[in-house]
Structures are given as structure tokens and as C-alpha cells.
Design a protein around this ligand. Sequence first.
Ligand SMILES: Cc1ncc(COP(=O)(O)O)c(C=O)c1O
Length: 370
Amino acid sequence: MLQEWLGPKAAALETRGLTRQLHARAADDNLIDLAGNDYLGLTRDSRVIEAAAEAVCRWGTGSTASRLVTGTTALHEELENELAAYAGQESALVFSSGYLANLGVVTALAGPGTLLISDEHIHASLVDACRMSRSRVETVPHNDVDAVAKLLAERNEPHAVVMTESVFSVLSDEAPLADLAAIAAQYNALLLVDEAHGLGVTGNGHGSVHAAGLAGLDHVAVTMTLSKAMASQGGVVLGPSVLRNHLINRSRPFIYDTGLNPAASAAALAALRVLQAEPHRPAAIHAATTRLAEAFNVPRPAGPIVSIPMPGPHETVQAATHCRTNGLRVGSFRPPSVPDNISRLRLTANAALTPTDLTQAIAILHATLT
Ligand SMILES: Cc1ncc(COP(=O)(O)O)c(C=O)c1O
């Protein structure tokens, strides 16, 4: 039955070069990594590993229930307090993933009385939040502040949320945060900024909202993942305490989900502390990004991701496979994961790459692309 149903769909994807495959990696495969999101190079840092191991010994392997039952530990509270302080926000609430943090905050604010305005390059988790929202959803052209202003000015809904990423996940360009915040304030709307690729990277690590002087404003909220620079798993919503209290009471992905496990909470907390003790780490990400951008003649992006446009999906997969066989892991981005239908090799820089790693990676890529 399923073969008849799904077989033709799989064949159609194959013809278009859009089949996705899992590549299990070995713990010690020694490939140079330009595909992962371990931006600060902390997933194998001994301090982070020890914190996670100690948390397992002390608290056990799971958080045992949802946050409102027995799933809130002292680790969650420490993590929330330290993340909020670092990002310059009044409060933080940890979810079990960045995806759920986005679903959780948007759906808790949405409904027929709330207009949702979404940048066209926004991450899939925010797109899905819009789909679940029961709100009117309007998508604006990428970084188009005037289009946002027009929709806010002409709306009938009493409330509105403007959604953007600080650093976009495919093109690695930045949103005009100061302008968006000014427009949101003018029209009594909330600006919601996904800092998945900003935390630990931009604003000397504190993120782009902090760098733009917008942290702590009562009409600005932020989401972050703990799975990239924080070397762990989980997500967080940061903003005014009134928002945090609302989420605890109304956010279904928070209420009906088991709390983030102790190892992940402790690892993220340890990574945040390493970042504060070693504030030079974000600069190392930017140096590696600059080197990669220069090597492939693409404009230096605001964030840690260098995208190399490819002729099509087939060529992208072939190039990524060639790189892997030669000792380099790169990302291959194809529709529907690219906002403009252009397939790309996606190179993510991280603070742990040595100059030799970069020289080798660039040589492998040049050999692949010529
Ligand atoms: C912009 C953005 N938002 C949200 C997420 C989801 O975060 P998580 O992987 O923690 O669910 C990601 C990445 O995976 C992302 O790139």
C-alpha cells in the first residue's frame, strides 16, 4: 500500500535531484567540518562535556516530566537567568528545542486578533508556527521594512507580530533590526527576532539584538537555539517577564512537552560560561568566515555561513559527495530549504578551525568546483 502511495513521490524527487539522505558519521571520522553549526567549537570542549556528565550523575538522564510538573530543575533556572543576563533581556524561558521555542512563542501570541508578518526568508519553524496560528499571516519581501510598515498601518487586528531572523540561515545576511524595531514601536507591534545564528556569533557573542541596542525593550522578543553556538540542544524565548509568564500559561509546545534534559541544560550553561570567559571566540568565527568568503569570491556575510551558488541540485549533491570522499564535510542546500530556489554548497565557519584546516578545506573545494 505505502509503496504505491509513496513510491511515485520518491521517484519524482529522485528525478529532480531532491532526494535527501542520512549520512551517519563516525565519532572519529576526522573530516574537516564545514557543515555543522558548532560555531564556537565547544561540543567537544572538556568543560562542556564534564558539566553534561556531572549533570547526568546528579540529576539522571531525563527531566522526568513537563516543565510544569517535575521537569523544571535548578539547572533550567540557572540557564534561564544567565542567558537572559548575557542577552540583556529581562527573562528567558527554555524549551526543548529552538523549533519548539518558535512554535511556542508565535502560537501563544497568535489568534484572530493578531496579524503575523513574516519575512520571506524566515526559518521553517516560524513558517510552521504561522501555519498553526489561526492568525492572518502576511509574507513580505526579504528585509522590506516599508512593506512591513504598510501592513502594520493598514491592519484591523489590535495586535501584530513582525518576525525575522537576525542572521538568516541560508544567505547569512542581517535583518535591518533597528528599522524594524522603530516601525514596530510606531505601530504598537512586537518584533520577534530569531537569533539562532546570532547567539555566540554577532555582537561579540551577545547577538545582533544586543548589538543594535534593542535588548530589554518591551516590544522586542528573541528566540535562540542552544544547538548551535551553545553546543547542546534546546531553545529559548527571551524578553519581558510578562511574556515569559504568558508562555508558561499558554504556550502548548512548552506546557505539553517534557522539559529539556539535565545533560543538555548543563552543557548549554557550561558553553555560555566558556563564551563569557573566552570572549575572543566569536572573532575566530568571523576570521574563518572571511577566509572562506575570500577564497570563493563571494561577499563576506554578516553571519558565519558562506554560500556558494551551484548550477542545480544534482551538481550540489555531487560536489558535497566529492568533498566528503576527500575529507571535507560541507552542507548541500537544495529546494525547499533555499528561499530563492538556488541550490548551494553551504560552508559554516567555526572557531575551532585551524589555519591548516581552512587551507585544506579550500583546496578540496577548489578541486571539486573546477
Ligand atoms: C533560524 C533557525 N531557527 C530555528 C532553528 C531550530 O532550532 P533547533 O535545531 O534547536 O530546533 C534553526 C536550526 O536548526 C534555525 O536555523
